[in-house]
Design a protein around this ligand. Sequence first.
Ligand code: ARG
Length: 629
Amino acid sequence: NKPKKKKKKKKKQQPEEDEQQQPQPEEPTMSKEEKNAIVDAAVAAAKPFSYEDVMVTPATRDDFGDYQCNAAMGLAKAVGMNPRECATKIVERLRPDIQDIMEEPEIAGPGFINLRFKQEYLAAAARAMAQDAQGKLAIPPTSNQKKIVVDYSSPNIAKEMHVGHLRSTIIGDTLCNLLDFCGHDVVRLNHVGDWGTQFGMLVEHLRDEYPAALNKETSQDVDLGDLVMLYKAAKKRFDEDEDFKTRAREGVVKLQAGNAEEIAAWESLCAASRVEYQKIYDVLNIKGLEERGESFYNPLLSGVVEDLEKQELAVESNGAKVVYLEGYEARDGSPLPILVQKSDGGFNYATTDLAAIRQRTTIAASEGGEEADRVLYVTDSGQAQHFDMVFQAARKASFIPDSVSLEHVPFGLVQGEDGKKFATRSGDTVKLKDLLNEAVRIAGDDLKSRNEDSSDAAFAERIDRVATIVGIAAVKYADLSMNRESNYRFSYERMLSLNGNTAPYMLYAYARICGIIRKASGQEGSDGDFEWPEASDVIISHDTELELIRNLVKLPDLINDVEQSLYPHKLCEYLFQTSQKFNQFYGACSVNNADTPELKASRLTLCTATAGTIRLILNLLGIQTVERL
Ligand code: ARG
């Protein structure tokens, strides 16, 4: 949906290139001067390290250096020049920009350019990261600050919050943390399903079973018991009892008209649901998520449909109002529209999303809107078509400025360990609360088994606290470390394992480095808070130090990548790599018994930069760290 990126600048400046690619019998032969001029212009227009014009990209293999540039290949082919000659030109262009921090570029193979950081640069960068270990690791904020709305979590009132909502919550929270870290203005919106025809039957059921819920004074305090049971009971009556069904239909109309009794009952349902999902948010430590349910957009829906009709985009079909879009067909090949108003006058999920798009992108902040530049929707992949269609309709109707980017951020299913539906042994859906508690319980048992038994109350308290951190971290990390678009199998055993790319592994790695720092910086045995040591000059005396630092300085590029791609698993991959590079370094280089005090201080600085990196990323993933496990 994102407006297609404009072709690279170099192409715009070279109409000749396109002609060149079409077979033309009397192809004008370019003079050497002309070819040179084209290549010069292209190279001069390229922004070597910018993400719009990726002439230079992070190296895909360590032996290609830190960055690589393959542009000479395409460019040379386009103008019929020798690739090595073209690469030489690019190198001439790059040299002044990079010579302070990079070694002389190396032209490899037919015309690839490999770029390698100078060791002085690496040493200084590692020191700067260590110096800012409690902060942002010396990563500057983006120069292109945007307003970004992230729509995530979004459970439905009076229904079970399921594992899909858990994924949305975990992924959405991570993306918000990361975008926020980059310096964007992030608005976290919970698009709760709190409106729709199902409320008719719920309200009528409350009228019979919990009359106090229909009274404004008492509605918020009524104990509705298990909401899922309540929903099932109401649904059963709706399906079996015609009178009840009629009442339910009338109930919706009254609710939509703002009738006091129905509104009170609806509010009691919302309040009871809110208590339930807040419990989950508390355990997951989700903060700053603002509830902005579907009901919020209710007053805007008729306006949306009117506008679509005025533009002749919404048309009548069997009494309903629909919008036809290009490229959508039903199974039988007939065109598939989106339904914006039902024949009974009611509005749809899609209508609400159209209203929400307008509210989020065009309404001024002073009037309660967001004026966002980018809107992200974190839901399961099953809703991909819905969002595709809604985005297309919004663009067709010019509901949003062209520059706004609307992005569905889809994710796959959580499956049981056997690859089948994720359910309890009796086949019921898994309650999120139970799922999280179980992870914490297993983590606690494991901690107790590995720590000396102590009946001391402080010890028990600490175990509980750490078990909560480890258990919740395990659930989050297991989810985030998978490419979000694939399905994954939920396994307590795997997610709580101390080996492999798991939260416990990373938390232990972090605590271990903190232990090394504590020892080397003379904090061992002290009960005080962990203190980050002062950073010192970094001396690169061993290959493993060099490789660790080369990995550490990739962090800003990684953050940049995830800011665009929205793939949190890349953060986890990087974390795992970092801890491996650290282990290699620590296996080969002694910190405490380093040959000189300078070398010891330097290695301590590398420990600090590494620990800071791990902590920062875990925090972005919504995971707390502990210095001692
Ligand atoms: N409540 C929906 C569900 O449970 C998710 C809402 C996603 N956000 C949106 N703007 N449609 O599937």
